[in-house]
Design a protein around this ligand. Structure first.
Ligand code: GAP
Length: 439
């Protein structure tokens, strides 16, 4: 049975099994930061690779970039972030705890100590820093709060290098930083996180068509990573709740254990950003249409996906408890497309050299077959603890299949293949494995 409120269990599993740790943990942590361990990195990399494949490599109209996180401060002045990227803040006059005003029902009384709350003021969420030795105003820079601006400022470079015709997009995966007033809910609201974003440039009259196209593609993405469709909802964001640059936004919300909240956003950013950077930098960011001989600033459709919120949605969606062989078990029902380990190979017993050697041979064979097939399956060797413990460990990290080499293998070249979800085992020939698991 799937657990409705499994947050604490997921956080504990993520730590125990090496997916995600609290940032700077041995020093008491740093709020809003998380460190990914080996399995978390593998899961995150699988998601990012899949996204890059689907939105960049499998298309002809997408240009990948990896822009610097630190940018000229004028980028953030022009984009509107210096003036407007803020959340409403209130501070308690007694305990000095700070809260997001829009998260409180009573704006007079401190929810922690009952003290009087001060006036609401705007708190800019960008992390400010200084570049170089000088600490004056001219040296100010910011850690980017979205990857998007790194693409807008490279629009002209891509036009000059590749001469693309509209519509086309720039795509980027990278870190973003926001000094959230109240980081919370594990990976959901962090101060350092990753985004996968596209700025898709279109003719002004075409925006509705491409907004719709990306809306459908986002649903395809949800299916491709194995999130249950019925846990994802669209929310048409009202004009007063939209970001300053957007004329239409749909939030893709997910049913997290702590409630239905934003997973991704799809926005129509009009020509706001290119127009602002054209004005701010003095560079022409117009597109010249060879066919009509027109010059204009293209409009933008932006699908914006948080990597960490995807990881959180996937972990809470995949976490399952059931009973197997009369024993309770918990496991991650991850899709093979993203599971950190796709196939784990075991010798039945660790202290029987012929079994270990044969298991190593099967492991090497699968790794070789994977290379030849060009597939992305991840194969692991595991001989730690007894076989029951290994199955339990692989179930907990979401490994879809386990292959066990036993005494019969030495006689007839067959192995057992165990399916994670049902726990069922079947016997098949070693020669059949790669076709079944890596296809
Ligand atoms: N470029 C558009 C943009 O940044 P956003 O709605 O502010 O729009 C996009 O952020 C996505 O980034 C969100 O849908 C979410 O997945 C992720 N995100 C935003 N703030 C986050 C935070 N504090 N912690 C984790 N992920 C966050």
């Amino acid at each position: 049975m799937a657990q409705e409120n499994n947050m604490e269990k997921v956080i504990s599993l993520a730590k125990r099994r090496g997916f995600i740790y609290q940032g700077s943990e041995i020093y008491g942590g740093l709020a809003g930061t998380w460190d990914y361990g080996p399995l978390g990195v593998a899961l995150k990399n699988n998601l990012k690779t899949l996204w890059w494949q689907m939105f960049v490599e499998e298309r002809e109209d997408m240009y990948g970039v990896d822009a610097a996180i630190l940018m000229n401060q004028n980028v953030w002045k022009a984009s509107g972030h210096v003036g407007g990227f803020s959340d409403p803040l209130v501070e308690c006059s007694k305990c000095h705890h700070r809260f997001r005003a829009d998260h409180l029902t009573d704006l007079k009384k401190c929810p922690d100590c009952g003290g009087a709350l001060g006036d609401v003021r705007q708190f800019n969420m960008m992390f400010k820093t200084h570049v170089g030795a000088a600490e004056d105003e001219g040296a100010v820079s910011y850690l980017r709060p979205e990857t998007a601006q790194g693409m807008f400022v490279n629009f002209k470079n891509i036009i000059d290098s590749f001469h693309p015709t509209l519509p086309f997009g720039l795509a980027q995966i990278g870190k973003a930083f926001r000094n959230e007033i109240a980081p919370r809910d594990f990976l959901f609201r962090a101060r350092e996180f990753e985004q996968m974003e596209i700025e898709y440039f279109v003719r002004p009259n075409d925006w509705e068509r491409f907004f719709e196209e990306f809306r459908q593609l986002m649903w395809q993405w949800v299916e491709r990573i194995g999130l249950r469709r019925d846990r994802v909802y669209e929310l048409e964001v009202s004009a007063e709740d939209r970001a300053h640059y957007s004329k239409r936004t749909i939030d893709f919300e997910f049913e997290y254990p702590f409630g239905r909240k934003e997973l991704y956003g799809l926005a129509y950013r009009t020509d706001y950003d290119l127009g602002a950077h054209q004005k701010g930098s003095g560079a022409s960011l117009e597109y010249f249409d060879e066919a009509t001989k027109e010059k204009f600033v293209p409009h933008v459709i932006e699908p914006s996906l948080g990597v960490d919120r995807t990881v959180l949605a996937i972990l809470t969606d995949a976490y399952t408890e059931d009973e197997l062989g009369g024993e309770p078990r918990s496991f991650l029902k991850l899709s093979p497309a993203i599971a950190p380990v796709t196939v784990a190979v075991f010798p039945l017993l660790k202290n029987k050299p012929p079994l270990v050697e044969k298991a190593r041979e099967v492991y090497a064979l699968l790794r070789e077959a994977k290379k030849t097939a060009g597939g992305r399956a991840r194969i692991a060797f595991d001989d730690n603890g007894n076989i029951g413990k290994r199955y339990r460990r692989q179930d907990e990290i979401g490994t879809p299949w386990c292959v066990t080499i036993d005494f019969q293998t030495l006689e007839d070249e067959t192995v057992t293949l165990r399916d994670r979800d049902s726990g069922n085992q079947e016997r098949l020939k070693i020669s059949e494995l790669s076709g079944r698991l890596l296809g």
